[in-house]
Design a protein around this ligand. Sequence first.
Ligand code: DC
Length: 232
Amino acid sequence: MTTPDPALFRQGKSLVIAIDGPSGSGKSSVSRETARRLHAAYLDTGAMYRAVTWHCLDRGLDLADAAAVESAAKAVTIELSTDPDVESVRVDGVDVTEAIREPRVSTAVSAVATTLGARAELVRRQRQQIVDSGRRIVAEGRDITTVVAPEAEVRILLTASEEARLRRRGEQLEGTQSAEQLRRQVTHRDKLDSAVVNFSQAADGVVTIDSSELDYEQTVSAVLTTIFGVAH
Ligand code: DC
């Protein structure tokens, strides 16, 4: 187990950890655990894109109508827990924690993620969440290292081979979806999303961690080692 450097915990010190990567890279569970170990907040930005998508589907909005999606993103109230031990997402007061993980949301979310007006609004809210955390937060997504928090103390791109990513997502969904549904979600969605954000190559100053050959615990250790190495 890597021991945290006490200097990281100096009062008032900003410690923003930005982690990007494709789906199935282990990003969410690893980021959440990293936040726990650092006693920091945790921001799952993908949950915000999912929350807006759930809202649009609930309202029967046409996801191809960029202006409608942008207005919906601006109008909707999203309450997202940033406590790494509490997973909770509410949209206009409705608990959607589980609903936003359903296949109907997963297959539609790229339409929202590629609507630039909606992105701008969510990026604004994500930056606010980082400020509200006292800048002690692990924020994960696709554009955190490059757009949302390029000034973060630590920036990591967590990658994994396509094979490893498909296997992990399959395990996570516990056989509830066919191999084809899975492939569509993981590979096809990444392809759509990468039209607006580049999360397959690390930007300057971003540390790449390839988790293909690492298990969960080893990946958490690799992330912590990077953080302790970079954030003195
Ligand atoms: O990580 P996830 O599968 O929950 O992300 C859901 C969607 O949101 C996915 O299509 C990528 C997109 N997304 C994004 O474009 N930018 C982010 N910062 C986070 C997620």
